[in-house]
Write a protein of this length. Structure first.
Ligand code: AN7
Length: 368
């Protein structure tokens, strides 16, 4: 039975998804693992590809738009895809501690998988710039959290040096196993659509994910699982857009703290993905990010974090260029629950407070 048939069988038999084994088992033949690799998994992957008609309607011309909702992974972001691989490979060689710098999601995923594997997890974060949900996760998952007076880029410099000097394995996306795991998201998109989309819209921070998707699309294409390759459309926040402007940003700033990164480590690979796919990079303002964030939440029932909404904001900004009848996939990299402060401060909800506790008052507010 081919891998694809095997996957389909998994998806249509028995209680829904009950036997999804996690992405290493599902895509074992495509990943650098062997029988000697102890698989550390939280059964990540197999996230849904959801149509978003309200976004498609804004573009018109028969364009179909889906979101790849990777915020439904076990720790709430796409980082789990890379971390199951990085931690499994670290465990394979007897590693006892891992370290990462993080704007939040990597730290949550590293902590969860490392602790599950019985390792210590050290995470360096920019003090005051990590969303509450992510910080809560790192603490609950048992990481040793070091908040520095400095931004993500500085934290990454430090952990790279630490990994050279001390017995700790670096699990940022400079670790090649991370991207290997993350490329499976592209496999899932093709498995779901039967072909690659015309456009793949994705937020960029360190640009590991765009690199991994491009790798995955190319591998499936070369194996004949897709007839086409997508254009890779990468988006950054205007206050933190080093790839868009081909520069380094000393003091990046955006409401989308996940992608508050001024000097992306995967810069060259991201540029190669853009070149190779005839893609494009563009920046979106915080206001545009929040508009897309509210549209997804309020019209589609899909709650993502602001960094993730950059993919939809970017698509809407470039909508005039989408070919008629095209299929577009926007990657929603993280769950909205990660950043409750952003949600509370950016919504158009009717939130009535301090009401008298009786039916009359409630009915009056309801307009009855
Ligand atoms: C929700 O957690 O860099 O371009 O330290 O959390 O692969 O870096 C997070 C990045 C997009 C950007 N969306 O991905 C970290 C971190 C969300 C993210 C990105 C991140 P890359």
């Amino acid at each position: 039975m081919s891998l694809l048939q095997n996957l389909r069988r998994r998806l249509i038999t028995g209680p829904v998804m009950q036997d999804w084994p996690g992405l290493i088992e599902a895509y074992r033949g495509w990943l650098p693992v062997s029988d000697a690799t102890p698989v550390v998994t939280l059964h990540e992957g197999a996230t849904p590809l959801i149509p978003v008609p309200s976004v498609a309607e804004r573009i018109g011309r028969g364009v179909k738009v889906y979101v790849k909702y990777d915020g439904l992974n076990p720790t709430g972001s796409f980082k789990d895809r890379g971390m199951t691989m990085a931690i499994s490979k670290a465990k394979e060689v007897g590693c006892e501690a891992v370290i990462c710098a993080s704007t939040g999601n990597t730290s949550a995923a590293a902590a969860a998988y490392a602790r599950r594997a019985g390792m210590r997890a050290f995470v360096l974060i920019p003090d005051g710039y990590v969303a509450q949900g992510k910080l809560a996760q790192a603490l609950v998952y048992g990481a040793e959290v070091l908040a520095i007076r400095g931004n993500f880029d500085r934290a990454l410099d430090i952990v790279r040096e630490a990994a050279e000097s001390y017995p700790v394995t670096l699990v940022n996306s400079v670790n090649p196993y991370r991207l290997q795991g993350q490329k499976t998201a592209a496999f899932e998109v093709i498995d779901a659509l039967g072909n690659a989309p015309d456009w793949l819209c994705i937020p960029m921070g360190n640009a590991g994910n765009i690199t991994a998707y491009w790798m995955g699309f190319q591998e499936y294409y070369q194996a004949g699982h897709s007839r086409t390759l997508p254009r890779m459309m990468g988006f950054q926040a205007s206050g933190s857009a080093p790839l868009v402007h081909n520069t380094t940003v000393e003091d990046p700033n955006t409401i989308a703290t996940a992608i508050r990164i001024g000097n992306p480590v995967n810069r060259d690979k991201a540029l190669a993905a853009r070149e190779g796919s005839n893609g494009a990079f563009l920046d979106v303002t915080d206001a545009e990010i929040i508009e897309a964030y509210k549209l997804l939440g309020g019209q589609e029932g899909i709650f993502c974090e602001p960094a993730s909404a950059a993919s939809v904001a970017g698509l809407l900004k470039r909508s005039a260029e989408v070919p008629e009848g095209a299929t577009v996939v926007c990657v929603l990299t993280g769950n909205g629950l990660k950043d409750p402060d952003c949600a509370i401060n950016n919504n158009d909800a009717a939130f009535h407070t301090d009401l008298d506790p009786n039916l009359e008052t409630v009915a009056k507010v309801m307009g009855f």
